[in-house]
Structure formats: structure tokens, C-alpha cells
Design a protein around this ligand. Sequence first.
Ligand SMILES: [Zn+2]
Length: 139
Amino acid sequence: MDLHDFGRVMALEEDGLMAFFQDHGLLRRQLHCTTCSRQYSTIKWKKATVVHYVLRCPSCRTKKKLTTDTMFEGAHLHMRKLLALIYLWAYNICVGTATTMSGASSATVVQWCFGVFRMFWGGFGILGCLCVFCVFGVF
Ligand SMILES: [Zn+2]
């Protein structure tokens, strides 16, 4: 994914960005209610943090975050900022530059780049690039 493609993805409206994350397995797309066995629907929910949508059972109205059982579970950053951190991490950008370019705090950059991404995708730098490119379907 070159800078032009990255800019195109970053410019997507929230529903398009959500679809991008779902297409690459980074957010949940479907879920069955364990109580009713019905398929959840996706609805807007402004209180949600990573993405302003949640999954809701049409019968019992139980809600689940799209981040349930994903690497972003418990995250408080919006997916646009998380995507920026993934991109900067994949290109092995240093923490100081990633902090400036993403607008996230240095503690947040370290938490995601040296913690979560490294744990989920393993390695760093070139290894991270390969893994992230696989995730995004770009080699
Ligand atoms: Zn239900």
C-alpha cells in the first residue's frame, strides 16, 4: 500500500473505513446472539469508541462492539488513528515521528506499535511490514 492508496483509505467516510477494516478481518462483521440465535444487525452508536457502530440483536437488543475478540478490543482510539499507527509501524517509523504524524501521544504510539501490533503480527520493521501487507492484501 503506497502513500497514495493509504491517503485514499484515510479519506473514506466512517462507513467505508469500517468496511475496509472488516474486509481485512480487523473488525467483526457478523455475530450470532447466544440467547436468541439471531444474527446481529449493525447500527450506529455514537458512544462506541473505535467505530461509531455496534452489532445489535434484533430480538433482545443486546449490543456487541465491532471490536469484540479483535486486537482493538478495549481501544479508545478511532480506527482512522489506529490505521495511521499501523501504517507508520509497518514502515518502521520511529516513535517521535509517529507521534507527530499521527497526533497520538508517545505513550499511545508505544502501547500500540511496540505492544499490540507486535504481539498480533509478531516482529517489527520488515517482519511487521510483511505481516501488515498480508493483512491489507498488498505485497
Ligand atoms: Zn438476542
